[in-house]
Design a protein around this ligand. Sequence first.
Ligand code: UDP
Ligand code: MG
Length: 308
Amino acid sequence: MISIVCPFYNEQELIGEFFGRLISVLNATGDEFEIICVNDGSRDNTLTGLLAAQSRYPGVRVVDLSRNFGKEAALTAGLDIARGDAVIPIDSDLQDPPELIPQMLERWREGFEVVLAQRVDRSTDSWVKSFTAGWFYRIHNRLANIQLPQNVGDFRLLDRCVVEAIRHLPERQRFMKGIFAWVGFNTAAVEYVREARSGGASKFGGWRLWNLALEGMTSFSTMPLRVWTYIGLVVAGASLGYGAFIVVRTLIHGVDMPGYASLFVAVTFLGGLQLIGLGIIGEYLGRTYTEAKQRPVYIVRKIHERRS
Ligand code: UDP
Ligand code: MG
């Protein structure tokens, strides 16, 4: 059996089109399938739409979360509930074409445990988004001890063994891209062209993406913590050198009245460095705190199964 996992957050306009395309692709494969729809606390009529789709199509299961927990948590909920031998997370805004699923299944049957859907271009993204995304991957892959594949979203096929591995990771703050990459396994890729959203608006604005990027950096790298030792050494070394220089200069030229500007710059610069360092420690401390609380990643209000 194949499980499709799709998170929905305020996607009422797209439900009909999404199911139309997905179901016709799945029927053509001839496999048994289930479609797990996670309603991530939508405030529009998404749930009603999903329940209507459930009564119309076989194999639809609707997981209703108690509030908006975010896409990462919604995916986690879907993976926990999926029963399939292969699980495919897919965006519900039709930016991930369901038509790619047969190709993914083919590679899976060849023996690959993970099949990535790789975008061949980012032309449907804004200039800012592809630019910042490019830099995020570059910095992340330099700092972190796992490599995130570029131009890959959450759309991918996961074999049952991969899903089990992911489910056994205990962390509460779930940066799914990193988690997917961290577990490893034999990986293949199929290529596709990402379409623009076919309706509604993106839920990831600049601030949310920035937070996701921080999450990714701090989840899989401790480099930002360690780098302060080196920065501290360099700055302290430089001020020692400068101190020595002043001593020598005083010995040669006698005492003069140096400007306050240099003092002021030195003090504020060091203050700034310390604040950045504190901020980074705070970032990790905050993460330790949320992990220590051991709260669940999501809360399910109800799982709607189809009455047959
Ligand atoms: N989504 C979600 N919870 C959220 C935000 C988004 O379940 O809090 C879902 C959304 O319904 C969509 C997918 O995650 O199916 C991707 O979101 P979106 O298209 O807004 O992101 P983008 O494609 O712009 O990165
Ligand atoms: Mg989208």
